[in-house]
Design a protein around this ligand. Sequence first.
Ligand SMILES: Nc1nc2c(ncn2[C@@H]2O[C@H](COP(=O)(O)OP(=O)(O)OP(=O)(O)O)[C@@H](O)[C@H]2O)c(=O)[nH]1
Length: 361
Amino acid sequence: MSDVVPPEVRPKPVVPAKPSNVGAPSPSIPIGTHGPNLAISHAVGHGLGSTLLGYIGIDTIIEQMRKKTMKTGFDFNIMVVGHSGLGKSTLVNTLFKSHVSRKSAGWARDEKIPKTVEIKAVSHVIEEGGVKMKLTVVDTPGFGDQINNDNCWEPISKYINEQYEKFLKEEVNITRKKRIPDTRVHCCIYFISPTGHFLRQLDTEFMKRLSHSVNIIPVIAKADTMTLEERQEFKQRVRKELEVSGIEFYPQKEFDEDMEDKSDNDKIREAMPFAVVGSDKEYQVNGKRVLGRKTAWGIVEVENPNHCEFAQLRDFLIRSHLQDLKEVTHNIHYETYRAKRLNENGGLHPISSSDTQESNL
Ligand SMILES: Nc1nc2c(ncn2[C@@H]2O[C@H](COP(=O)(O)OP(=O)(O)OP(=O)(O)O)[C@@H](O)[C@H]2O)c(=O)[nH]1
């Protein structure tokens, strides 16, 4: 196992406002310099607003953005990392209620454990309510499965940086694409073995090294293999270990934008890591079809919050934070990579594969 990672000092890039803030009313300070009926802001640069004397339709930006997103769709790239057999493929299939994993895409042929960590990306277009999402699932077979797992985070770090590099190259092109294809990893779900003991050194090593270049969401895999008490105790222990090791998982405290954000995210952080169960099989329970795992003692319902925390993970990942994951990737992780790349050698020069590997920001 390699040496402990020294703490890094990172400049905190500016976190831009979330799109939900667009169109929100700013404090209105009427400046009546043009007679009693006019209220115009002269101090745009100072953030002063104005009282509107009638409806002008600024709030339609939300509908305009919705229509644009409906037309163009969006990219979302999710990476899964963890020992083989921890349920990575099953969980992504469960999350997106479709067969989106590497294995579902026919990669299952090579069931044997690869000699080094391999990176395999599979893309699918998923459509719901008229909105198209190009989902790419990046799988990392071989992670932690070798006798010697030293530096097995390296190929993963290299892949993440290569995607930033690709995006950067497109961005600095004189004639660039209207829409740069986004292959950057927006989220990395890290699967913790349900041992009930402690995190392994590899777990902390991986999260420590990668948490500055990608949004890491740790989950406790196969939660149905632990009793409720064991699960609670293990969660607490893992949380403590993450804290003691100084691992910043997503949503990172330092990027909370305001008090509301902080209070919502605190609740999520306190509930993490979510103890999840995955399944792509449906069963009939009380007259309803539910995703579950059939055991000799009954059916573990994946989406039942009394059975596991899958629904919490799904709500957080897809229903409340998907856009934020993309924004933090762009505004923080990519920005850090970009600034470093543009600063080094006084500009953008071709990068060697060893550079992307070592560029563990
Ligand atoms: N008990 C239990 N078994 C699960 C769960 N999720 C998946 N499994 C089972 O575990 C086995 C491995 O699941 P996969 O989803 O293929 O695991 P993986 O991590 O993708 O495996 P590799 O691709 O080999 O790394 C399968 O038999 C699944 O049915 C779970 O939440 N609980």
